[in-house]
Design a protein around this ligand. Structure first.
Ligand SMILES: [Zn+2]
Length: 322
């Protein structure tokens, strides 16, 4: 498949951070100053996840009012729709934008309003995923989850944990995800990106339906089998993983191996601006390195429909488009 064929495919993006996916034009307009791409995104020369995460300071500055957050969300919906994405799950950390002048509830409502407007204007559907951050107090994250629960099924489709996974082992969050389970909400957890495979095992044990990245289990037959048997969705983000050095440049990306084992792996962007990418670029990137074939591409889309947190109506629509 060439670029045009790939654009025509009805794609999904299940792992897309709102703050990391704004455009340069949007940031310049919103903040009233100019930026270079070096200030906003990383190249393959990026050294680590910590360096990568520094690029989020400028976008977060722009997500300071409900109006800006809504406009930012509409913009991400548009950029995804422009490359043929039919369904997107946009994740964000409500507590990073909440302030004295904007409540957690207001932040969540702004993103939901943006997704709704985006789906009315463009040929795409979407849902929000609310992320807890590893550095935030558990009690604050629980309160945020409880607020997100009010919108579950009407804009919010799930929860997540993001941040510095290497310095915050999954055990710290047992109580948080027991709480999420008690709320009856679907959740995914960033695990095995910069952190160890024990984070993936813990996330599955706590009831995560999906894992963000899941690179660290690549050589662990037992864990790979567990992920397969439990039907865990793996949200893989190839370009980001090479940039943060979760995968080193001489290493083969494990996506095709996961797919051929019957694991429900999917291809996602992570951060459209910070990684300067799109789903189309992610697929072309793996294809150019001869790490996938056409069957792997199609299987990834089927897997994404299966493990998405979308309603049955949307899933049926997506199956019909494929
Ligand atoms: Zn992520």
């Amino acid at each position: 498949m060439n670029r045009e064929d790939i654009i025509k495919l009805p794609k999904l993006d299940l792992h897309c951070h709102l703050d990391g996916s704004l455009s340069k034009v949007f940031l310049e307009k919103t903040l009233g100053r100019n930026f270079t791409m070096e200030e906003l995104s990383v190249s393959m020369d990026c050294n680590s996840l910590v360096e990568y995460l520094k690029k989020f300071d400028i976008p977060l500055e722009a997500m300071n009012t409900q109006e800006n957050i809504k406009a930012a969300t509409v913009e991400v919906m548009k950029s995804a729709s422009d490359e043929g994405v039919k369904y997107i799950e946009i994740r964000f950390a409500p507590l990073l934008s909440a302030s004295n002048s904007m409540s957690t509830k207001a932040v969540i409502e702004a993103v939901i309003a943006g997704i709704q407007e985006g789906s009315e204007l463009f040929n795409i559907h979407g849902n929000a995923i609310c992320c807890a951050m590893t550095h935030q107090p558990i009690e604050d994250s629980k309160s945020m989850f409880k607020i997100a629960r009010e919108y579950y099924g009407s804009g919010v489709a799930g929860l997540d944990l993001a941040g510095d996974e290497a310095n915050h082992p999954i055990g710290e969050f047992k109580e948080l995800f027991e709480f999420a389970r008690d709320l009856g909400m679907n959740f995914t957890i960033h695990a095995g990106e910069a952190g160890p495979k024990s984070n993936i095992k813990g996330a599955i044990d706590y009831g995560a339906k999906r894992i963000g990245h899941g690179i660290a289990m690549r050589n662990d037959e037992e864990l790979l089998k567990l992920a397969k048997d439990k039907g865990i969705g793996i949200e893989m983000c190839p370009i980001s993983n090479y940039q943060t050095k979760a995968v080193l440049k001489e290493q083969t990306y494990p996506y095709a191996d996961y797919i051929r084992r019957g694991i429900l792996a999917t291809i996602n962007t992570d951060n459209r601006l910070v990684s300067n990418t799109s789903i189309t670029n992610e697929i072309l990137f793996l294809q150019k390195k001869s790490m996938i074939d056409d069957r792997d591409i199609l299987q990834g889309i089927k897997n994404a429909i299966e493990v998405s947190f979308a309603s049955d109506d949307i899933k049926n629509m997506l199956w019909k488009e494929l």
